[in-house]
Write a protein that binds this ligand. Structure first.
Ligand code: ADP
Ligand code: X2W
Length: 265
């Protein structure tokens, strides 16, 4: 059975159809995939920081993170978001365990860039017990925090965390967001692109078609594909039966891959 990493963005988690959790349980029960959920929660973090009058600054889709913000981020992601997703999977009849990337040192992190403060990149993924959880029939639900060898916590973008886990497991990755896929503006209209190679993706990055939260997403996609992940799909988490359609190999969202011949140069 193959692993399948599914990342649910904070933009969409409150809007996924109720059937999403049932679909997850069905996919696990069908034996086709062992799903692993990685979730975001950027919207919730921003709203909590606003209430605390702590200003939010994003640089290329990444939240500049101070020490005082880490507590809020950890509470939002590993507290509220992680437990509510875990609870909903249990409610749908599945087995789920909610963990943070810090638990069991699942995500060893390192500082991404001093100018971003405590934003982390993933240095290594300790996948042993993640696989054990899957073998025990649990669906792991992972919040994107990590820790370095000095026990410093880091805020990791959820797309980055999901890509690192998929890269380690060499399994497909589904990124669920609030858009039907990657779009390009043609004659003032946004048109979703069904398939993209990494070379075509670079063109869209260079011509400014990719902005905001899509930047860490496409960087994560490229990272996963470079680690032998066969394909990554960016799709609309609000679409009814979206996950089932994906598992049945229907055309959905934007499918990204490395062009075969580039693998051999
Ligand atoms: N070319 C593009 N195609 C699709 N979405 C894009 C593009 N450029 C920027 N975006 C923005 O990226 C957003 C998704 O990123 P983000 O808000 O961080 O979502 P999530 O919370 O799911 O990670 C979309 O809502 C859209 O506004
Ligand atoms: C470094 C960084 O930007 N971390 C993200 C973590 C949450 C996240 O990625 O949530 P979404 O998937 O909903 O965007 C943040 O602070 O918003």
């Amino acid at each position: 059975m193959e692993y399948l990493v599914i990342k649910c963005g904070g933009s969409v988690i409150d809007e996924v159809p109720a059937s999403f959790y049932q679909e997850l349980c069905d996919i696990r029960a069908s034996g086709k995939y062992m799903p692993i959920i990685v979730h975001g929660g950027g919207k919730l973090i921003t709203s909590l920081l606003d209430q605390l009058k702590i200003p939010t600054v994003f640089v290329e889709g990444l939240r500049v993170t101070t020490d005082e913000m880490l507590d809020v981020i950890e509470m939002a992601l590993s507290g509220y978001m992680n437990k509510s997703i875990t609870r909903r999977i249990l409610q749908a009849g599945g087995q789920a365990v909610g963990v943070s990337g810090i638990d069991g040192w699942l995500l060893e992190a390192q500082q991404a860039d001093v100018n971003l403060g405590f934003v982390g990149n993933v240095k290594s993924v300790n996948d042993t017990w993640l696989k054990q959880l899957c073998d025990l029939n649990y669906i792991p639900v992972v919040s994107p925090l990590g820790m370095d060898e000095s026990w410093q916590r880091y805020n990791i973008n959820a797309d980055t965390a999901a890509a690192a886990i998929a890269g380690k497991l060499k399994c497909p990755l589904v990124l669920m967001s609030d858009i039907p896929g990657i779009y390009e503006e043609i004659n003032g209209e946004k048109q979703t692109i069904p398939t993209l190679t990494t070379v075509e993706l670079d063109v869209l990055i260079d011509n400014g078609s990719i902005t905001g939260g899509m930047i860490p997403k496409v960087n994560a996609v490229k990272d996963a594909l470079n680690k032998d992940v066969k394909e990554v799909v960016i799709m609309d988490g609000r679409q009814k039966n979206g996950l089932t359609l994906y598992c049945n190999e229907e055309v959905i969202g934007t499918k990204l891959y490395i062009k075969e011949e580039l693998l051999h140069v």
